[in-house]
Design a protein around this ligand. Structure first.
Ligand SMILES: Cc1cc2nc3c(=O)[nH]c(=O)nc-3n(C[C@H](O)[C@H](O)[C@H](O)COP(=O)(O)OP(=O)(O)OC[C@H]3O[C@@H](n4cnc5c(N)ncnc54)[C@H](O)[C@@H]3O)c2cc1C
Ligand SMILES: NC(=O)c1ccc[n+]([C@@H]2O[C@H](COP(=O)([O-])OP(=O)(O)OC[C@H]3O[C@@H](n4cnc5c(N)ncnc54)[C@H](O)[C@@H]3O)[C@@H](O)[C@H]2O)c1
Length: 495
């Protein structure tokens, strides 16, 4: 018997429990888990050490999208002349931008509030939770004092935190991450003049463009050979082009290796380079928050890694995990998706349990134009030896995109060769994150390109891009023999 399980046998499983479920962390994963438990009338306590809503509301999706909106308005003002509207170079009032960020958070806060969840039947405790044995959670309450609860099931939903690598010199740099920049920049009169962004993933690309549009001189460094390395190559190229076009200096295949107070040394295949900055933003990924609350002692975390099975159970079947601390996809919608499985498996797993379905995970990077995708890309299809065909439609040709001055991007669809079955889609274009929804539904419910083509799309909309992509697929799969017969038939009818 291994140590943890041996330990477990020494710890008496309570005969009665205070709660059916205790959830640790009130971000997307914890909130949804608690919501589901309360909806099925379980006794549930949700524990949050910091702000309700977690990363998404306070430091992630909401502030970043609010900032992106301000940046977009500034960019539209710059481009207004193309539409016959003359505006002078926009003056960005950065404190007001940050006010919009804070006001957006404040307006959304009630969705995740203690009051709302209490009203839904969830007991919310504000404090830091720690597992003292596999069934007992001790909470150091923010208001002082402690509370101890036993639970039949526990969901760990403690999220992730920005990765800060132990690179030489970084200790002496006053850098920001997505966790700290909102508070730190709230006190600035203007955006940093020279911003160096490390990491060309979603956080790096979105924030690099936003700050460039708000007036920073931005340099973006990515160690992989392209930005957004998990996306299709064309997507990475399109995003890099957009960023370059707006004056952002992008260095791919460059890895930050060390720092001085106001400069970073980056290593490239052709040598090293020194990049200067006023402000450094680290966007190098997010690491699961798994330490400091009792998981190591119970053997749930080993070598800093939390292992879960397909049902999101840890080595103790009644302790489950959901959200960013589990991965592999760190999205709010994924945290919510996993939360359903964790809650249902935690409450009812001894009767029936469900393995998480990761087969269809849509995602979007909110750069402008947006980049959204779902299902298989070419690289993944090739890695898994899955044959595919590619259909493309260029959004530069779309009526609505042309009148809106948004004639750029594409819809790329992978289908099974010779069959009307969609494997995956990538879209780059205005509102791509909205456009992809039609394909998510189609793939989920087994609808093919013929069904998309046979659906009326309002003219003139960006959504017509999906229909035109389906039209291109149809043309490539036209029944040649029947068309030849039809040609003869019409010739005969003309007499
Ligand atoms: C800049 C940025 C932009 C993003 N934009 C998007 C986007 O546009 N779309 C999207 O889908 N995703 C986006 N994400 C990702 C998204 O924010 C996360 O995937 C999501 O918030 C994860 O939710 P979670 O519940 O797993 O974790 P979190 O939201 O991190 O929640 C974990 C909570 O647990 C609490 N906690 C931790 N330990 C304890 C403890 N011991 N006791 C009590 N409480 C504890 C923490 O305080 C925290 O509130 C973005 C992320 C960033 C950084
Ligand atoms: N729109 C969205 O849905 C959205 C937005 C923001 C964040 N998120 C999620 O949050 C998580 C964190 O995002 P992220 O962008 O921080 O992480 P990421 O892992 O997506 O990107 C980090 C990037 O940093 C690069 N990198 C690592 N070390 C480096 C070094 N020394 N020098 C240069 N580059 C280096 C990596 O190659 C990688 O491409 C991701 O899972 C992301 O999906 C989602």
């Amino acid at each position: 018997m291994d140590q943890a399980l041996q330990g477990e046998s020494l710890m008496e499983k309570p005969r009665r429990f205070d709660r059916n479920l205790v959830v640790i962390g009130a971000g997307a994963a914890g909130l949804v888990s608690a919501y589901i438990a309360a909806a099925v009338k379980a006794g549930v306590t949700l524990i949050e050490a910091g702000a309700m809503g977690g990363d998404c509301l306070n430091t992630g999706c909401v502030p970043s999208k609010a900032l992106i909106k301000c940046a977009r308005i500034a960019q539209q003002a710059r481009e207004a002349e193309k539409f016959g509207v003359e505006l002078s170079e926009p003056r960005v009032d950065f404190p007001r931008v940050m006010l919009h960020v804070r006001e957006s958070i404040a307006a959304i806060e009630p969705h995740d509030s203690v009051e709302r969840y209490t009203g839904l039947g969830v007991e919310v405790l504000q404090g830091r939770a720690r597992l003292v044995d596999p069934w007992t959670v001790k909470i150091a309450l923010n208001s002082g004092g402690e509370q101890v609860l036993t639970a039949r099931a526990i969901i760990l939903a403690t999220g992730a935190e920005p990765l800060v690598p132990p690179l030489p010199g970084l200790d002496n740099v006053d850098f920001v991450t997505s966790d700290t920049l909102w508070e730190k920049f709230a006190g600035l009169d203007r955006v940093p003049e020279k911003l160096l962004v490390l990491g060309g993933g979603a956080v790096g690309c979105e924030l690099a463009q936003a700050f460039a549009r708000l007036g920073s001189r931005v340099t973006l460094v990515e160690k992989a050979e392209r930005l957004l390395p998990l996306e299709e190559r064309e997507v990475s190229e399109a995003v890099e082009q957009s960023l370059n076009a707006e004056g952002i200096e992008v260095f791919t295949a460059h890895e930050a290796v060390s720092f001085e107070k106001a400069s970073a040394k980056v290593r490239a295949p052709d040598g090293e380079r020194l990049l200067e900055f006023d402000q450094l933003l680290l966007a190098l990924g997010r690491r699961a928050r798994v330490s400091g609350f009792g998981l190591e002692a119970l053997g749930i975390v080993e070598d800093g890694k939390l292992q879960t099975d397909p049902y999101l159970r840890t080595r103790y079947p009644h302790i489950l995990a959901a959200g960013d601390l589990v991965g592999p996809h760190q999205f709010t919608h994924m945290a919510a998706h996993q939360a359903w499985y964790a809650a249902v498996n935690g409450l009812f797993g001894d009767l029936k349990k469900f393995a998480v379905d990761y087969s269809l995970v849509p995602r979007a990077v909110f750069v402008d134009p947006e980049a959204a995708s779902v299902g298989l890309g070419e690289q993944q299809a090739a890695e898994r030896n899955i044959p595919y065909e590619v259909t493309r439609y260029g959004i530069d040709d779309l009526d609505r995109a042309i009148v809106d001055g948004a004639a750029r991007g594409f819809v790329k669809v992978l289908t099974v060769p010779g069959k009307d079955r969609i494997l995956g889609v990538s879209i780059v274009g205005e509102n791509a994150a909205e456009l992809i929804a039609e394909f998510v539904l189609a793939i989920k419910h087994g609808l093919g390109m013929n069904k998309i083509l046979g659906t009326i799309h309002i003219y003139p909309t960006m959504a017509e891009a999906n229909k035109y992509a389906a039209g291109n697929w149809k043309r490539a799969h036209a029944p040649e023999r029947i068309l030849r017969l039809l040609e003869r038939f019409h010739r005969w009818r003309r007499g």
